[in-house]
Write a protein that binds this ligand. Structure first.
Ligand code: ADP
Ligand code: ZN
Length: 291
């Protein structure tokens, strides 16, 4: 099958052509401007390449409820030009092919579960820690939507008393995104995050906040694997710190084989940063095979 994949992000749109076994034939990146400027370019790309189905992993919030008249819309995003934009409708009208649609982070977890290290697992969380924090959840063979879709980046975190940083989220004083996403690190410490590599106190605090969130997810969802991606996780020293803190925070309460093997439980993404786009291929394949 000739499948289209679109990772729709706030700064760039990654478009690819591939197939149902996750092979990517070509890939381009187009800057995200307004729908009027950007959509015709995206449509032309996929139309010229005659895709049989398209999978879209999209920044949110988005409407995923097929029973809603707003299904396929980007809803209340701060990226104002895209607010209330019917992205699925626009592609469907133009390309006249099946369209798969989910959050960007759900497409990443789907990529890992279908083609990557999480193959065969039933409950997996993918968390990206970058400009924002977002999480995709694959549970009992499905991508979790619930009433909207999970917003794991906004879980509340107990702030350390010595941390005088106010937090960056306009909705919550002390959520994970507001305290631990890239922009929060940079504001708190006054430097690009990538340049703070040799400041252990930065990553010790960061690992504490991330571990608090992961501990909550583990207790709530009982995941078999947690995959951490995004720009901030390029700081590889975070992984052992996070694993140790999660073990400490769980306090020995949960007895599971996975937790005795933390380096295979809390892990970096496995698909060379293609987990999102490969997940979009799987979304396209699933849309194509839908009755
Ligand atoms: P996005 O979230 O916009 O898709 P990224 O996942 O690349 O993009 O995240 C960008 C954020 O990650 C920036 O805020 C930056 O602070 C942080 N970042 C990028 N590279 C590094 C690095 N090497 N070390 C620590 N933080 C980084
Ligand atoms: Zn928040």
């Amino acid at each position: 099958m000739r499948l289209g994949a679109l990772e729709a992000g706030g700064t760039k749109m990654v478009c690819a052509i591939g197939d149902e076994i996750g092979k990517i034939y070509e890939q381009v990146s187009i800057p995200t401007e307004t729908p009027e400027i950007t959509m015709p370019k995206l449509i032309a790309y996929f139309r010229e390449r005659e895709v049989e189905a398209l999978g879209i992993g999209c920044f949110g919030p988005i409407e995923l409820d097929r029973a809603s008249s707003k299904y396929g819309y980007i809803t209340s995003t701060p990226k104002l030009a895209w607010k209330n934009y019917n992205i699925v409708g626009a592609f469907s009208d133009a390309l006249k092919c099946p369209i798969g649609f989910d959050t960007d982070v759900n497409s990443s977890v789907l990529g890992e579960v279908t083609f990557g290290q999480a193959k065969g697992k039933n409950c997996v969380i993918y968390l990206t820690i970058g400009t924002g924090v977002g999480g995709g959840i694959y549970i009992e063979g499905k991508l979790l939507h619930g009433m909207l879709h999970p917003e794991t980046g906004h879980v509340l975190i107990q702030k350390r008393e010595s941390d005088s940083y106010a937090g960056k989220c306009p909705y919550h004083k002390n959520c994970l995104e507001g305290l631990a996403a890239g922009p929060a690190i940079e504001e708190r410490w006054g430097s690009k995050a990538a340049l703070l590599a040799d400041r252990p106190e930065v990553w010790e605090l960061e690992a504490d906040y991330i571990a608090q969130a992961l501990t909550g997810y583990i207790l709530t969802l009982s995941p078999e694997m947690i995959i951490l991606g995004g720009g901030v996780m390029h700081q590889e020293q975070l992984f052992p710190l996070i694993r140790n803190k999660v073990t400490e925070m769980l306090g020995g309460y949960i007895q599971a084989e996975e937790l005795n093997n933390m380096e295979h439980y809390i892990v970096p993404a496995s698909l060379n940063d293609d987990q999102g786009i490969m997940g979009c291929l799987e979304l396209a394949a699933r849309a194509h095979n839908m009755p």
